[in-house]
Design a protein around this ligand. Structure first.
Ligand code: BDP
Length: 338
């Protein structure tokens, strides 16, 4: 009798531990992944990062948790975040497409100066064949990066400590740029000098200390980073429309099952419309703040605007010659978005 009881107990224990193992392990040990973001909490991309994190946790039923680090606290420079993704030290980074082109040069084709007529044109491209193929190309390039989705970042213009009404006024100025050789060449064509290696959270102090004469960015970054308090002239030349990209690491995501990976990809895509809506609100609010602060907003004359375009045109040969078909396709789509 005693023996039978012992065997029954033993069998029960074995079956309980066998049955319990997979579930309890998943419940106790979710895969925890980090996401790096340079912007502060509340910025449209930061809001989207959190939304992505919520969706992933919900849809994977807690198997995958994403911790969002905003304000550049993990990586102050997007280039550093991208390199961390490549080696698997980081799982996700929400970055601008500009620095990504240093690793996947084809990305320059979607951020050439004066490429899009307007935001609608850009979104038709990014959500269409060209943009989606570009995301796939990031993954197929052997860069170790996965392109999950695009976000809006409006258009970029120069901001300076002095006024500029024409290209000649930029002569000799030191202008902070993202880490992208095409952008360095772009300001060189304008007679200025590009300065790279300054993270977006350090631009304000670099201007205030006189290390640089200005930078270039969209309304929200110009305002939210406080740069508008150091460089009071915003020159609306709108040279580029550079989308944001949510990147993932091939290496770090090896920890995630195929089916959860599918969920992650879908969740990222599902945050795009949300970011675009938040972007529109923030862009208007930032413009209002900057104008209310009394900054000088310079609308270029049509001659001056055309001159910016002409001066930057050589970039199409110098950096776009391998992608003439993509650029032609983008132009073709633009005919519907005048
Ligand atoms: C902002 C982008 C951010 C870049 C920053 C920059 O949202 O990802 O890091 O520009 O210029 O518009 O570095």
């Amino acid at each position: 009798m005693k023996k039978l009881l012992f065997i029954t107990l033993l069998l029960t224990l074995v079956s309980v531990s066998l049955a319990a193992q997979p579930t309890s392990e998943a419940a106790v040990k979710p895969v925890i992944l980090k996401l790096s973001e340079v912007h502060a909490e509340g910025y449209p991309t930061s809001l989207a990062d959190h939304e992505f994190s919520h969706l992933v946790e919900e849809k994977t039923q807690g198997r995958v948790k994403i911790e969002v680090y905003t304000g550049g606290t993990l990586y102050g420079q997007e280039t550093a975040a991208i390199e961390a993704l490549q080696v698997g030290d980081l799982a996700f980074a929400r970055v601008s497409a500009s620095p990504v082109a240093s690793y996947v040069p084809a990305l320059n084709a979607i951020q050439m100066p004066y490429l899009y007529n307007n935001a609608k044109h850009m979104w038709a491209v990014l959500n269409g064949e060209v943009g989606q193929k570009m995301l796939a190309d990031i993954e197929n390039s052997g860069s170790g990066l996965i392109g999950l989705c695009y976000y809006d970042a409006g258009s970029r213009s120069f901001y300076l400590t002095k006024p500029a009404n024409k290209v000649a006024d930029l002569k000799g100025l030191k202008i902070r740029l993202q880490n992208n050789q095409m952008m360095v060449r772009m300001v060189e064509l304008l007679g200025a000098t590009g300065v790279t290696g300054i993270g977006p959270n350090d631009v304000y102090s670099a201007i205030a200390q006189g290390v640089i004469d200005g930078a270039e960015n969209n309304w929200p970054t110009y305002q939210n980073m406080g740069d508008y308090e150091a460089a009071k002239y915003y020159i609306l030349d709108q040279h580029t429309r550079v989308p944001e990209i949510l990147l993932a690491s091939v290496e770090a995501l090896k920890k995630v099952t195929q089916s959860d990976m599918k969920i992650i990809r879908q969740c990222a895509k599902d945050t795009q419309e949300y970011e675009i809506a938040e972007w529109a609100k923030k862009e208007a609010a930032s413009e209002q703040i900057v104008r209310a602060a009394g900054n000088t907003i310079i609308n270029l004359s049509s001659t001056a605007f055309a001159e910016f375009q002409t001066k930057m045109a050589p970039l199409y040969n110098e950096f776009g010659s391998a992608y003439t078909d993509i650029i032609a396709q983008i132009r073709e789509i633009g005919k519907q978005y005048k």
